[in-house]
Design a protein around this ligand. Structure first.
Ligand code: ADP
Length: 262
């Protein structure tokens, strides 16, 4: 059972999960997680290492399908449509529910191609000038345009780590997603690059439903409006970020917030 704070205003859920269990072979990594992810906000998943944050995050766009032993049970809906039980195309799903990983992973191609690839395969551009426009808009939205506009032909992998991560965010944005999942997106970045990515998340808030897994409580407090605390595969508590950090209701949440374990 999750303790859900009772002062949450009712919001339309972009993603709605009910009683989600995730197994790796025999081992259960997620136990009966039900949550509504609102469109308007950034939702943070926090909790000690190994508690299942990343497993649960990956189940939201079927990224666990790539792990042969992984099995997802329960219901996960995107705009009311079950993403596992309907004939939803996984490539389409991952365009609607984009993902940014811990380690920046640009394609070993030009900066331009990194962005243009998705819109091209999803048929979002009719002409070269359409595509140019999408590339520029995505890079602008990711706060990277001014740094790269004169070197779009250079390799994405030649950028700094922080720039690469913003390139990966621009790549996710380019296919016009509804949700962006971020799995510890700053853990490989230095503090300055981290601050830039956090600013970017703030800029994107309200435009996309964003879910961020982070081991940094400070980061969760800075970027999110909703926080879910996970422990041993369960979602223990869920509420407004400010309440989770200043007025946690569950003992396990309190212990984690106060640094008793981590
Ligand atoms: P967190 O993101 O909170 O650190 P994870 O979701 O990575 O937690 O892991 C949750 C549990 O599932 C851990 O016990 C971890 O060892 C296990 N696990 C994660 N990925 C795999 C995998 N590919 N195969 C088997 N077990 C896994």
């Amino acid at each position: 059972m999750t303790l859900v704070h009772d002062n949450l205003e009712p919001l339309e859920a972009k993603i709605r999960t009910r009683d989600v269990d995730v197994y790796y072979g025999e081992k259960q990594a997620i136990d009966s997680v039900s949550i509504d992810i609102p469109t308007e906000y950034v939702t943070a998943f926090i909790g000690p290492s190994g508690c299942g944050k990343s497993t649960f995050l990956r189940s939201l766009n079927r990224m666990n399908d790539t792990i042969p032993s992984a099995r997802v049970e329960g219901c996960i809906e995107l705009d009311g449509e079950d993403i596992y039980r309907t004939k939803m195309d996984v490539v389409q799903l991952r365009a609607r529910v984009g993902m940014v990983f811990q380690k920046p992973n640009p394609f070993p191609k030009s900066i331009y191609e990194n962005i243009a690839y998705g819109p091209r395969i999803h048929g979002l551009a009719e002409s070269k000038s359409d595509l140019d426009e999408i590339v520029e808009r995505s890079l602008q939205r990711a706060g990277l345009w001014n740094e790269v506009k004169d070197r779009l032909g250079e390799s994405g992998t030649a950028l700094s780590g922080g720039q690469q991560q913003r390139l990966c965010i621009a790549r996710a944005i380019a296919v016009d997603p509804e949700v962006i999942l971020m799995d510890e997106p700053c853990s490989a970045l230095d503090p300055i690059a981290t601050a830039r990515v956090e600013e970017l998340i703030a800029d994107l808030t309200g435009r996309y439903a964003i879910v961020i897994v982070t081991h940094s409580m400070q980061q969760a407090a800075r970027v999110s409006q909703r926080t879910a605390f996970f422990h041993l595969g369960k979602m223990v508590e869920y509420g407004r970020t400010s309440d989770i950090f200043t007025n946690p209701l569950e003992e396990r949440t309190k212990d984690y917030i106060t640094g008793r374990y981590g």
